[in-house]
Design a protein around this ligand. Structure first.
Ligand SMILES: C[S@@+](CC[C@H](N)C(=O)[O-])C[C@H]1O[C@@H](n2cnc3c(N)ncnc32)[C@H](O)[C@@H]1O
Length: 237
């Protein structure tokens, strides 16, 4: 008998952006796991879950903020073993993850590792609202219209990936660029895309900022920073 592992997208940070289906999956699960870092801080997914469930009903999975690949692999292994235990008994485990569980999510790594321990496990996901969608809504940016195309990339993909996205797609969304924000914006200015760019950080959380990207050209942003480049002036918001 092997259980069910569900990755539940809890949205970018605002507890109101958890879907009804996500909330039901969290309430119905035998165990709710949330990822936390070794700083002792309450995690972002944990904060959203705690707005809806009793804190005692969640279990923390610790992930060290290590640059060392083997230390990270060890973390995945330890977390996967913890989740596998109830799965072996046929129970249901939900894992809450920020945004959507199929978009650059820790859930993918966890599910892969758990599969090694419990090959028969049923893995499912509940979609969550992404940071890109939340920023578009908060900043009044229409993401796509007609036959326009969208490129979503992390800045860690590198400068040439960003340049070709900016020159080849009407709408470009850039994740994971916070610490290199000045560099990302300099490249976008050289590509003639800075003028209609929107920047958002810590969306739905304390310290949220949503501004024209041209206002933040000279400073770094936090890890939770997102940029949207469109081909048109903003009509709403
Ligand atoms: C590991 S990815 C997770 C993406 C997430 N699964 C999603 O569907 O949106 C982390 C990146 O998502 C973006 N992000 C996630 N939550 C955010 C928030 N509340 N505010 C701004 N950006 C956010 C940032 O670009 C951050 O570097």
């Amino acid at each position: 008998m092997s259980g069910l592992l569900i990755g539940v997208g809890v949205g970018p940070g605002d507890p109101d952006l958890l879907t009804l289906k996500g909330l039901r999956a969290l309430r119905d699960a035998d165990h709710v796991f949330v990822p936390v870092s070794d700083t002792g801080e309450t995690g972002r997914a944990e904060r959203v879950v705690q707005a809806h469930l009793e804190p005692a009903s969640t279990r923390r999975l610790l992930f060290a903020l290590s640059d060392d690949a083997s230390a990270r692999a060890e973390n995945w292994e330890r977390a996967a073993r913890e989740v596998s235990e109830p799965l072996h008994r046929g129970e249901t485990c939900a894992f809450a993850t920020i945004g959507d569980p199929n978009v650059y999510s820790t859930f993918t790594y966890l599910a892969r590792t758990v599969k090694h321990h419990v090959p028969e496990v049923d893995v499912q996901t509940v979609p969550g609202i992404t940071a890109m969608q939340d920023l578009a809504a908060r900043g009044g940016a229409v993401l796509l219209e007609g036959d326009e195309r969208l490129a979503l990339l992390p800045f860690t993909a590198g400068e040439s990936a960003l340049r070709s996205a900016l020159s080849g797609f009407e709408t470009v969304v850039c994740y994971k660029g916070g610490s290199r924000l000045p560099e990302v914006l300099e490249i976008s200015s050289e590509e003639g895309r800075l003028e209609d760019a929107l920047y958002g950080s810590r969306l739905g959380m304390e310290g949220e900022e949503v501004v024209e990207a041209s206002e933040v050209v000279r400073r770094k942003g936090p890890y939770l920073s997102t940029l949207i480049f469109t081909r048109r002036r903003r009509e709403f918001g």
